[in-house]
Design a binder for this molecule. Structure first.
Ligand code: SAM
Length: 212
């Protein structure tokens, strides 16, 4: 869900850095051929991911939830020379479209695709990261944060997507498992003294937590 009007969203698009051509193609193909295209980060959030990555210039990035690879390519734009992005998804059917665009991007050799359940993969992943993007099943957000916070380098950043969950996080009557987990997740992060955290009302809500 977007928290701003269509007119303002259009204004943001027109007055922000343009969506690179390859990402615009991937965006279009995802909408034409893949189920649930709203899962893709999209123009403005994608440019934001790219900008944060460029500011941070990370050596290693982790993404939980690759989908068609839009966020992966945005994050990869800021990788340091010799940097790598590890990206996890359990859906094998997405690998062809990911590969097509990863090849075309020129960043193929910097992208490591890991296929399977994110928790299983994370438990066996012996790597540390400067930048982490959590963007998979909401029920596991607290577990993901617990696991990845131990793999984060000092001054590292964790970004978590969809934390406002279409505004359901402020509704007492919304008590499904995903909403409850996100309510708890946001509250835990705001009290976690290891991190400074801010929630941005970008798209469906994106929180940024910096390891102090
Ligand atoms: C919102 S999409 C990711 C969007 C992508 N990060 C982007 O920026 O365009 C979420 C993805 O997480 C994957 N996913 C959901 N639960 C998962 C799990 N338990 N383990 C691994 N992948 C999972 C889904 O298959 C889906 O492709």
């Amino acid at each position: 869900m977007d928290f701003i009007s269509e007119k303002l969203a259009e204004y943001l698009s027109q007055n922000s850095d343009k969506e690179p051509e390859i990402l615009s193609k991937l965006n279009k193909e995802t909408h034409q051929k893949i189920l649930q295209p709203r899962m893709l980060s999209g123009h403005i959030q994608g440019r934001f991911l790219s900008l944060i990555s460029k500011i941070k210039s990370p050596l290693q990035i982790l993404e939980i939830g690759t989908y068609t690879g839009y966020g992966t390519l945005c994050l990869a734009e800021g990788l340091a020379t010799n940097g790598k992005i590890f990206t996890i998804d359990r859906n094998e059917e997405l690998i062809n479209i990911q590969n097509k665009y990863f090849e075309e991007s020129g960043n193929r050799d910097k992208i490591v695709q890991l296929t399977g359940s994110a928790i299983d993969i994370l438990m066996n992943l012996d790597e540390n990261f400067d930048l982490i993007f959590i963007d998979a099943d909401k029920e596991n957000y607290i577990k993901y944060f617990e696991i990845v916070s131990k793999k984060l380098n000092p001054n590292g950043i964790i970004m978590s997507d969809n934390v406002l969950w279409s505004g359901k996080v402020v509704e007492e009557s919304d008590n499904d498992q995903e909403t409850n987990t996100l309510k708890k997740f946001n509250s835990l992060l705001s009290k976690d003294e290891r991190f400074e955290t801010i929630i941005l009302p970008l798209r469906d809500g994106l929180s940024i937590s910096r390891l102090i």
